[in-house]
Design a protein around this ligand. Structure first.
Ligand SMILES: [Zn+2]
Length: 184
């Protein structure tokens, strides 16, 4: 090998190693993000990532990159979660922010779209970090409830009085709006 070739060889080799390392880092980051967001633990997060990637025939790395780059949860992940909602268990978090409630709402819409089989069980969209309760709604009701941004469907009584306003309450669900204003 000439010096020229040798240096090219080593440079390419270094680039390959760097790429492999970057890929690994992105996947680790995505696992961390998903694990935290869904309370899945690292193994569970990896399972979710892999399931979603296979289902959509995406490269694991490509999907992981999306998870890392975006604030919201990529569609393939939401879909896989919705298909396995029985294994979806939330764990305590210091604060369950608006983003989390938006995620639950997104998840419920996905459940409605995927399970068009008379299934009427959705997840409570309340802000309680420990809540994993089902609520009974039909798809049409859910659509109405979600027709305005910042509206969430929760179990009656799950509202947080100093953060939310109850718009409507029925025996099966309550509709809440984020924020408390005197001018309602
Ligand atoms: Zn709840």
């Amino acid at each position: 090998m000439s010096d020229q070739h040798e240096s090219t060889f080593w440079r390419e080799r270094a680039e390959q190693l760097q790429t492999a390392l970057d890929t690994r880092v992105v996947i680790e980051q995505a696992k961390g993000i998903l694990g935290e967001r869904f309370g899945l633990g690292i193994e569970g997060a990896f399972g979710l990532l892999r399931h979603a990637a296979r289902r959509r025939r995406m490269k694991l790395h490509t999907l992981a990159q999306e998870v890392v780059d975006r604030r919201d949860t990529p569609e393939p992940i939401v879909e896989s979660l919705a298909l396995h909602v029985e294994t979806f268990v939330a764990v305590p978090r210091d604060e369950r922010v608006e983003r989390t409630k938006v995620l639950y709402a997104q998840l419920n819409r996905k459940i409605a779209a995927l399970l068009d089989d008379g299934s009427r069980v959705f997840l409570c969209e309340c802000g309680n970090p420990l809540c994993n309760e089902p609520i009974e709604l039909d798809g049409d009701e859910l659509q109405v409830l979600h027709s305005k941004d910042g509206f969430f469907a929760i179990m009656p009584g799950h509202q947080i009085p100093d953060l939310e306003t109850v718009i409507r309450e029925t025996p099966r669900y309550a509709l809440v709006r984020h924020g408390v204003s005197s001018a309602a």
